[in-house]
Design a protein around this ligand. Structure first.
Ligand code: NAD
Length: 337
């Protein structure tokens, strides 16, 4: 019998692209990579995978995507950083079509395991009003008051996975990602998240000699950031485990946005004049991942130091920036070395 496919949905995106790469490297079986974006826009594309453009918001496309599949990873969603999710709530909520149709199609196709990428945005906003946060435990998602739009969709889709498991015996696994960053992600255009945005702004200063940086909010809001390699390791461990309840998948190294800027400045070897845009979208005051449960169940948690992951991310964005804008900012190129 033909080997079953491992299907990565959202494979043209940041985490999906890394997941395809990781699966191919492990040689675990045939990999199918699916995304709605034209292939030229995928962040990473591999000849070793079967690459298909499909709109997973449509049920018939989901049926095609999971044909012959043994495992399905749903990382497809319309999403971005705070600037995107605060201003595109309907678009974010429409991702409910993706997970719903994918669940239906996967169950009908006899898929053996289904992974869903949820988010820390499911957590109750009341628990995130202070920058001196108590890390969020999985139970803190209820009573429900998630991030409007994006967070509601994630919470609803989590429950959909849960009920497919309870009612149909369909094996679903769920991780709540906390801010993932790394190379091959969005770094400009409005969907980028804080680590990539700060790297890009600092790199822009390096190239143009403009020593001013604009920071969204007052810079005191706190977050934790998980390097993409830890995210991949966590996805593999959670999918293979017997843990059916959603698990936090995030770093517990808490920093303020100001500290994030400090680290990137240090990597770049410059100091910048900070200007705070208090009217810009900034999200909750503070958020961190409580990793007690994942430690208890899997004996593991993300551990890449922020400084180490940022160095790799900075280097990658630096190269992209230089390739795209280097010649246009010739006066600044000298200082960019
Ligand atoms: P991304 O935007 O880089 O990737 C998502 C991909 O899904 C995109 O390539 C997009 O084209 C694709 N997609 C959107 N609509 C689609 C459709 N109808 N059919 C097929 N493909 C479609 O995002 P990412 O950072 O790689 O995130 C992956 C998953 O992890 C998402 O579900 C996201 O909500 C979740 N998540 C990410 C983070 C993070 O910090 N990156 C945090 C929490 C949760």
């Amino acid at each position: 019998m033909a080997e079953k496919y491992i299907v990565v949905c959202g494979a043209g995106g940041f985490i999906g692209g890394h997941l395809v790469s990781d699966l191919l490297r492990q040689n675990r079986g045939p990999v199918r990579a699916v995304d709605v974006k034209p292939m030229g826009e995928w962040f990473q594309r591999f000849n070793g995978a079967e690459n298909i453009c499909l709109d997973l918001g449509r049920r018939e496309d989901c049926v095609e995507a999971v044909r012959g599949a043994g495992e399905v990873y749903n990382l497809a969603a319309d999403m971005g950083g705070m600037g995107f999710i605060e201003n595109n709530k309907a678009l974010c909520m429409l991702s409910v079509l993706i997970n719903t149709h994918l669940l239906l199609a996967s169950r009908n196709a006899g898929v053996e395991r289904y992974f869903y990428a949820s988010s820390a945005c499911v957590y109750n906003a009341e628990k995130q009003r202070d920058a001196n946060v108590t890390p969020l435990r999985e139970a803190d998602a209820y009573p429900a008051m998630p991030e409007d739009g994006y967070g509601w969709e994630k919470l609803f889709s989590e429950r959909m996975c849960r009920h497919f498991r309870e009612d149909f015996g369909f094996a679903t696994r769920i991780a709540r990602f906390h801010n993932v960053y790394g190379p091959f992600g969005t770094w400009e255009g409005g969907r980028e998240k804080a680590p990539a945005a700060i790297c890009r702004k600092v790199i822009h200063s390096v190239f143009t000699n403009n020593r001013r940086i604009e920071i969204w909010g007052d810079g005191n809001q706190t977050r934790s950031f998980m390097y993409v390699d830890d995210c991949l390791e966590g996805i593999a461990r959670i999918t293979a485990s017997d843990i059916v309840e959603p698990l936090n998948l995030g770093s517990s190294e808490l920093v303020s946005i100001n500290q994030l800027v400090d680290i990137v400045e240090e990597i770049a070897g410059i100091r910048l004049e900070r200007h705070y845009d208090l009217s810009a979208p900034k999200g909750v005051a503070g958020r961190n991942s409580d990793n007690t449960l994942i430690q208890q169940h899997l004996g593991w948690e993300p551990s890449t130091r922020l400084r180490d992951g940022l160095e790799r991310t900075y280097a990658w964005i630096y190269d992209r920036y230089r390739a795209k804008y280097g010649t246009r900012t010739a006066s600044g190129l000298k200082s960019a070395g």
